[in-house]
Design a protein around this ligand. Sequence first.
Ligand SMILES: C[S@@+](CC[C@H](N)C(=O)[O-])C[C@H]1O[C@@H](n2cnc3c(N)ncnc32)[C@H](O)[C@@H]1O
Length: 217
Amino acid sequence: MDRILEPEVMDDERQAIAYAQADFSSSNQLFVDGLVDAYGSKLGTVLDLGCGPGDIPIRLARAKSSVYVVAVDASEVMVYLAHDAAETADLLRRVRVVRGRIPGLRLRCGGFDAILSKDLLHHLPDPMVLWEEIKRLGRPGAVVYVMDLFRPETQDAARQIVESVSGGESEILKRDFYNSLLAAFTPDEVRDQLRRTGLDFEVEVVSERHMRINGLL
Ligand SMILES: C[S@@+](CC[C@H](N)C(=O)[O-])C[C@H]1O[C@@H](n2cnc3c(N)ncnc32)[C@H](O)[C@@H]1O
């Protein structure tokens, strides 16, 4: 099955609110636990690309009191939701939420000890912008930890994943999830993107819908 693009930025208010209200606690906690287990001592100033409503930066800041997270998203409503969530969690001193769109973020080149991103890659029409931005903004030796959906072989398989993972969620969320699965890359496509960028990261399937891409710059 070929990739079918979905809208890039989640700037529809109903869509963003449905996303913020959905329960992604298990995959988000898996993401943060895996990151802290593998690289806990290397996390200082961290950049989260495509932070959405901010659940991951907040979980990370709670898990590691030494981290400072810059959380970036291109969607005005997502930035509002993430800032609000960080304020409610009393973490505004260690979670800075910024509106920005990759490529070309106005952040210091080589300024980050770790760069994270969960479920952003499949939104990008050109996936190379993520890898190039990571290369530009991470310091030499920085941790890179990315998780994203991978594309199932058929639309039927995508439908089955949606029903098994989010059968009880709202229709808007299920529609977005289905569209995201169709827009996602396969692990081999990501390996090819990394080879073209000159990045030597591991790409590993970690669940029925997610792959993890990680390594050091
Ligand atoms: C599926 S959400 C993931 C949110 C969050 N990382 C999570 O896992 O809960 C993808 C987010 O990426 C944002 N996004 C899409 N294209 C972007 C770009 N070029 N630059 C920055 N953010 C972008 C969207 O607005 C959306 O909030």
